[in-house]
Design a protein around this ligand. Structure first.
Ligand code: NAD
Length: 348
């Protein structure tokens, strides 16, 4: 049975859009045929030119409002791939125009904006779905399978370390250092990698956090106003998550550990070790693609879930709720850091 073709538009043709989302849509459109990108908006004339070359049949706009006005009746969904400052306004306009929304992380700048969007998705009965793409990495799927099998028992503690030797750069045609300016990003590496770390911790610990204590530092305070080092301990009813996210490391590396009552999983980039209480150790190597920050190969799996949410009418589902919670944990962590790392509750 052939599937309905979803017609989409993308706002933002920067790094993640041009290297991740659009290549994945084009591939899917050729191989599965259930999606087509018919329009795109970007404020940069140079980026619009490049977008037109990649999507010759699409209509290209200089701002999202013009796109939504002209195209809404012709569209099913809007994909938001701009810096975080603009996410809430664009998502709000799309929901108001009756479109489903796929939005890059973090969902919004503020907790209030995130909650408003969630309610807006419920009232308009349109899907709000975050790009929590790490959940779709083959290695993370493998970890999910091992945890679900009960092999390491109940997970009681997780560590999530993200090491980068610089902040991720946006495309040169707009403002490649926007992540280092609070007015565009809302924060430094805590915002940039916090969502990935927190939604994985929710899953692995099997509950939602109740408190956080955090510390941040900025090695270039005269130049930038966001942190390049972020550490947090997050309390869950089932255990603790320890996070260390840094843009000041000598290398690019991702190291996660999950400590269960009957064993430990250690993920070191492409390598996974599973050690169980009986002394057995299994080692696996998988193509994780973490080195390629476009994560294009994970997008297809994420889009399957977005599609399913549309088909099931799961408008403001678990993923959207977790995206709101990620914004809330990040916000509470920054408040803790400002208050000398005092532990603060994460309230409902
Ligand atoms: N999930 C992931 O793994 C992942 C990886 C990278 C980036 N991201 C997210 O993707 C988003 C974009 O990041 P990026 O690295 O692609 O940034 P980027 O700077 O490379 O691209 C941003 C693009 O948006 C355009 N733009 C800026 N303001 C706009 C507006 N108001 N309307 C329309 N277009 C506008 C810019 O011209 C630019 O082309 C961010 O939210 C970031 O956190 C996610």
């Amino acid at each position: 049975m052939s599937r309905t073709k979803l017609r989409g538009a993308v706002v933002g043709y920067g790094f993640i859009s041009s290297a991740g989302h659009i290549p994945a849509y084009l591939k899917r459109s050729q191989e599965v045929g259930d999606v087509e990108i018919v329009a795109l908006a970007d404020v940069s004339p140079e980026r619009r030119k490049l977008a037109q070359q990649t999507l010759p049949g699409a209509r290209i706009y200089g701002d999202y409002e013009a796109l939504v006005r002209a195209e809404a009746s012709n569209l099913d969904f809007l994909d938001i791939a701009t810096p975080p400052l603009y996410h809430a306004a664009i998502a709000d306009a799309a929901l108001s125009a009756g479109l489903h929304v796929l939005c890059e992380k973090p969902l919004t700048f503020t907790v209030e904006e995130a909650r408003l969007l969630l309610n807006h998705a419920k009232s308009t009965e349109r899907v709000l779905y975050p790009c929590h793409n790490y959940k779709h990495a083959p290695m993370i799927k493998k970890i999910r399978e091992i945890v679900r099998s009960g092999r390491i028992g109940k997970v009681r503690s997780v560590t999530l370390n993200t090491y980068r030797d610089t902040h991720a750069k946006g495309v040169a045609e707009w403002n490649s250092d926007w992540r280092r300016y609070r007015r565009y990003s809302g924060g430094g590496i805590g915002v940039d990698h916090g969502s990935h770390s927190f939604y994985l911790a929710f899953e692995w610990l099997g509950s939602y956090p109740t408190a956080v204590t955090a510390k941040v530092s900025n090695l270039q305070p005269g130049r930038y106003d966001t942190e390049d080092d972020f550490a947090a301990i997050v309390t869950f009813p089932t255990g603790l998550a320890h996070l260390h996210l840094t843009w000041t490391a000598g290398t690019r590396r991702l190291v996660y550990t999950l400590h269960g009552e009957a064993g430990v999983i250690t993920m070191h980039d492409d390598h996974l070790a599973i050690e169980t209480a009986d002394g057995a150790v299994e080692r696996l190597t998988m193509p994780l693609h973490f080195a390629d920050s476009s994560h294009a190969s994970w997008f297809n799996s994420l889009f399957d879930d977005f599609r399913e949410a549309i088909e099931c009418g799961d408008f403001a589902g678990k993923e959207a709720e977790q995206a709101v919670l990620c914004v809330q944990v990040i916000d509470t962590a920054y408040r803790s850091a400002r208050e000398e790392s005092r532990e603060l509750p994460i309230t409902d």
